[in-house]
Design a protein around this ligand. Structure first.
Ligand SMILES: Cc1cc2nc3c(=O)[nH]c(=O)nc-3n(C[C@H](O)[C@H](O)[C@H](O)COP(=O)(O)O)c2cc1C
Length: 357
């Protein structure tokens, strides 16, 4: 058993998370409908995808739309990035007008376009800038400020200990450590020892109660257990493991929870689709982002070929339901997901185009 119970509460500043299994901010994935589903399936915290401080400051309509919160969302974080401490702090000030519980600063995005604008993981090259950013941001908000980092920019600048020390000394309420370097992108297995180095630096600066979240390759109860056991972190953050798989939260929180049956799978997928249409509408352009989700959902059951092949032409909710039911007709409703097919490796899961760089 893990020394930490993942289903126990976690204090983050003045907030109390109900458990220690968090959904990562995910560009083009962690939208309001998906967050609702993940929350219902147990996620202890969900976060809006990375927003750019510049677009927030210029009042971009897209950013404003992304900041919508559903009345059923118990806790909600927003994540932002920017090219300078001043810009990030100005962006945080804009966020003060929105109903959020926590502000996370992205210090890990590897996308070339973002890094070229001195945002995302570019900040890891300049630790002094990290301290200045935290100080300015904390001066603009009373909300807990957290940071999500990588182990460093590249092999030569593997500076997780220094980055964590600066963040902890600057007064952030929690740090999420993605156990890869910027140069690794997503292509190598998570480096538990690297995260453990960050955990040790945090403990030295702020003591045992300072929360650290481990991120990377958490896809089920075993990998969540490994993350806690091998790094000493306090909580886990699920990213690719949640794509088309909101059941992962239940499975981690209650080890031994089996994969969903066809019936359970259909029930949750239909609820996600209903939330999607409630939020975006049931029009061709509104259904578009759901097609990608559907592709992820369809792994694990035989006979989904027809649905996958028809995805490009789907324009309405009713057509999705019709195709799903056509595919499920041949299956025993008690068949469990991945009973006849292997669960895909998280590393092989497809990335959002906007987060690939
Ligand atoms: C589709 C996609 C979108 C992502 N968007 C964000 C984001 O908005 N903010 C962020 O900090 N990380 C983002 N990430 C990185 C993940 O949160 C996570 O750090 C990374 O995928 C490693 O975890 P994993 O190995 O469990 O997938 C994204 C990753 C993917 C696959």
């Amino acid at each position: 058993m893990s020394p930490i119970m993942l289903d126990s509460e976690l204090s983050v500043g003045a907030l109390t998370l109900p458990n220690r299994v968090l959904l990562a901010p995910l560009v083009a994935v962690s939208d309001l409908p998906f967050r609702r589903i993940c929350t219902e399936m147990g996620a202890g915290l969900t976060t809006i995808e990375m927003l750019s401080a510049q677009t927030l400051i210029y009042g971009s309509r897209t950013s404003k739309a992304l900041l919508a919160r559903h009345s059923s969302e118990p806790l909600l974080g927003a994540q932002l990035t920017g090219p300078t401490p001043e810009m990030v702090a100005d962006g945080v000030e804009v966020l003060e007008g929105y109903p959020l519980d926590l502000i996370d600063i992205n210090m890990g995005c590897p996308v070339r376009k973002i890094v070229a604008k001195q945002s995302g993981s570019a900040i890891l090259k300049d630790p002094e800038r990290i301290s200045r950013t935290v100080a300015l941001v904390r001066g603009r908000t009373q909300r807990p400020v957290t940071a999500k980092i990588r182990l460093g920019y590249d092999q030569e600048r593997r500076n997780v200990a220094e980055v964590v020390r600066r963040l902890a000394a600057g007064g952030v309420a929690m740090i999420g450590i993605h156990g890869r370097l910027r140069e690794d992108r997503y292509d190598v297995p998570v480096d538990y020892a690297g995260i453990a180095t960050g955990v040790a630096a945090a403990r030295a600066e702020r003591g045992a109660d300072f929360p650290i979240v481990g991120n990377g390759d958490v896809t089920d109860a075993q990998s969540a257990h490994d993350m806690i056991e091998k790094t000493g972190c306090d909580a886990v953050m699920v990213s690719r493991g949640a794509l088309g798989n909101p059941w992962v939260f239940e499975q981690i929180l209650r080890p031994g929870t089996p994969q969903p049956t066809v019936l359970e799978w259909r029930r949750v997928l239909m609820r996600h689709l209903a939330y999607h249409c409630e939020h975006y509408g049931d029009k061709p352009f509104a259904i578009l982002p759901f097609r990608k989700q559907l592709l992820w959902y369809t792994s694990g059951f035989p006979g989904m070929r027809q649905l996958r092949d028809s995805l490009g032409a789907i324009e309405h909710k009713d057509r999705i339901i019709e195709l799903i039911d056509l595919c499920l007709k041949e299956l025993d409703p008690e068949t469990r997901r991945y009973a006849t097919q292997a669960q895909p490796d998280a590393v092989a899961a497809s990335l959002s185009e906007r987060y690939q760089g």
